[in-house]
Design a protein around this ligand. Sequence first.
Ligand SMILES: [Zn+2]
Length: 293
Amino acid sequence: MSTHQITPADEHLPPLELPPGALDASHPDYENTTGNDPPEIEPIEHRIRLDIIEAGGLLSHETHPPTPLARQYIQKTLVDTYESERRFFPSYDRLDNFLGEAPAFLTGELEPHYRELEQIRADRRKWYTELIPKNLDTIQGTADSLLPLHANTFHGVVIVDANTDPIEYADEHDLDVDDIIREAQLDNHILPAEYGVTLPAPLLVGEFASGSTYAFLPWSDAVVCGCPYKQTNKWAVMCKHELAAASRLANAYEGDVDAKYVLPIDVGVDIPQRARRFVSPTVAATHTPRKQR
Ligand SMILES: [Zn+2]
C-alpha cells in the first residue's frame, strides 16, 4: 500500500504518512476498499459540515420553531443529494408490468436483482430522510456537554506507539513532553494506526469539555472523529465532537477562507494543515449552502 508523505513545517516533527483512503476521491492513488477500509467520509458529510459552518454554527438543541438556519441548509442538502443519486438506479416505474412482459424464466432471473436494487434505494432514502435527521437531533441534544465552545481545546500533538517512551521521544526531538501522546492514551474507539496512519504521527487531538480526548483521523480528504459514537454507528454523519469542530469553525475569522475549513491549534505543536482539514476543498468548491424554496 503506497503512502503519501507530508513534511511538517516544524522540523522537529515526524512526517505525516497517510494511506490512499485519506486522499481526495479524484486523486489517481485514492482507494477505499469497502468492507476492509474504514467507510469513506461521504459527500453528504462534507456538505453538512459546510452547511453548519456557513450557517454560523449549530450548538443548541432547538426543538421548537424557528428551525435553526444550519438545519434548514442541511434539509435542502439532504433532498438535493438524494435526488442526485437517482441517476445511479434504473427506473422502477411500472416494474411489475415490465417484468410481466418478459419470458417467465427471465422474469425469475431478473426479479431478485431488481428487488435488491429497490431495497438499496429505499435504504438510501431512509438514511437521508430519517436516519440523518435523527442523528443530528441526537447530537444536538447532547451539545450542552460541549459548552462553552472555547472549553474544547484543539491540541497539536505527536502520537507515538506503545513501544515509544514519550519522555525520551520529547528529549530526542526537542519537544514538550505534554505534546507527545501514546496512542493508547486516547479515548478513540478506532486508533490512528487502524486508519493506516503511520506512527509517530503529527495529529490534531480534541480535548473536549465533556471530558474525552479523541484524535481526528485524516480520511477522505478531511478528518473524522475517532469516538465510539461516530465509529460504531456507520450511518451517523456527525458526532458531537465534529459538531463542536464545525461550530468552532463557524466562528472563525470570516475573511480567512482557510480558517473556515481547517481546524485551529489552540495549544501544542504546529502540525500540518492536512491533519486539521475539516472539509474537502473539492466539496467546498462545489457546494453552496441553500434553503429550501
Ligand atoms: Zn466524536
